[in-house]
Design a protein around this ligand. Structure first.
Ligand code: AHM
Ligand code: MG
Length: 336
């Protein structure tokens, strides 16, 4: 058998040989990966263990929580709060940041996550996942509060996601490219299966929830109309459409073979700049996509440069193959 590289070995190399990450960050990422392993196992048990269906509660965004949203959130809190590497953590499923209990030592990192992305796919056995982002607690801060999380995506020191699909995968960046690990369920190890993921600059595949077409703003409408016109239209080629409705799975496809993913701002709720959340969905995915050679904007600016004003802030998302993201962004610019 060819020798394999485990997640631990990969991270130790980043720490030791390249001096890219401190030991505390490596340990933190291993804890997150372990929690994802546990969540993946729970997801796979499904109806046998009664984990499908509604939890009967709702989160801060007013969305009904599924049982697995709650279970996954708890798994990440439990795995991380005693490790000594975190100052605080924040989640889509918790109104406010969760402080590290006083009985445990505190570290210098902040963890943000969407514990179970693609909640609408849980009960129909379609790929779902966990998305996470790691920031540093600003220097000199002793008691972390919500305001300390409000850093732009460029400050992320690590980001990644797990996909619970046909295989359980972990895709990770510490700012030195994007690596993909596959969970070996018998042994319990994450093996490195793609050392450097790369998003092709050009693509003929796009992902958007077309049922919202009537609410889109003109630049998005123009772009999608041009794609739909195919060979006979201004682009002169046919495009293909894919929409899993789990951001983890749609972004994973783009990291594997290119494409463009859009959840634009629309006119359904004019007060909201999009559906997806900046800090634990858009920022980590943008970091990964940029590290793999792609681009990510909200139509007007690079997502990672947005300075957040709220923990659960929403943002329009256009990410993937560079040439297409630049085209959509230029249509927004022309529109003014
Ligand atoms: P969730 O975090 O509650 O699962 O919501 C986010 C999901 C994304 O994974 C996906 O891209 C999008 O919402 C799907 O939206 P829609 O239901 O409009 O297709
Ligand atoms: Mg989500």
């Amino acid at each position: 058998m060819a020798s394999r590289i485990s997640l631990t070995q990969y991270l130790v190399e980043k720490q030791r040989e390249k001096g890219l990450i401190p030991a505390e960050l490596r340990l933190l990422l291993e804890v997150v990966a372990r929690a994802c392993k546990r969540i993946g196992y729970t997801v796979s048990r499904g109806a046998i263990d009664g984990v499908l269906g509604e939890a009967g509660s709702s989160n801060v965004q007013g969305e009904a929580q599924k049982k697995l949203d709650v279970i996954a959130n708890e798994a990440l809190v439990e795995a991380n709060e005693w490790g000594g590497n975190l100052a605080a953590l924040a989640s889509e499923e918790m109104d406010h940041p969760h402080p590290i209990p006083h009985r445990y030592p505190k570290g210098e990192f902040l963890l943000l996550y969407d514990p179970l992305d693609g909640s609408s796919n849980i009960d129909v056995n379609v790929s779902i996942g966990t998305i996470f982002s790691v920031l540093r607690l600003p220097e000199g801060v002793k008691e972390p509060a919500e305001e300390h999380f409000l850093q732009p995506g460029t400050k992320q020191v690590a980001a990644g996601y797990a996909v619970y699909g046909p295989s359980t995968l972990l895709v990770l960046t510490v700012g030195d490219g994007v690596a993909c690990f596959t969970l070996d369920k018998e042994i319990g190890s994450w093996w490195l299966t793609v050392e450097r993921m790369s998003v092709p600059e050009h693509t003929r595949e796009f992902a958007i929830n077309a049922s919202n077409a009537r609410h889109w703003e003109p630049p998005v409408k123009r772009y999608v109309d041009e794609l739909l016109a195919g060979r006979e239209g201004p682009r002169g080629v046919d495009f293909n459409m894919r929409w899993v409705a789990s951001m983890v799975a749609d972004v994973h496809r783009i990291l594997c073979r290119g494409g463009i993913f859009m959840y634009p701002r629309d006119n359904r709720e004019p007060g909201k700049p999009g559906k997806l959340r900046l800090m634990y969905e858009a920022n980590p995915m943008s970091f990964l996509i940029e590290q793999a050679g792609g681009a990510a904007t909200n139509g007007h600016q690079r997502i990672m440069e947005i300075v957040p004003t709220q923990l659960h802030e929403r943002v329009a998302v256009i990410l993937g193959s560079k040439a297409e993201v630049e085209r959509v962004t230029s249509y927004h610019r022309e529109q003014g």
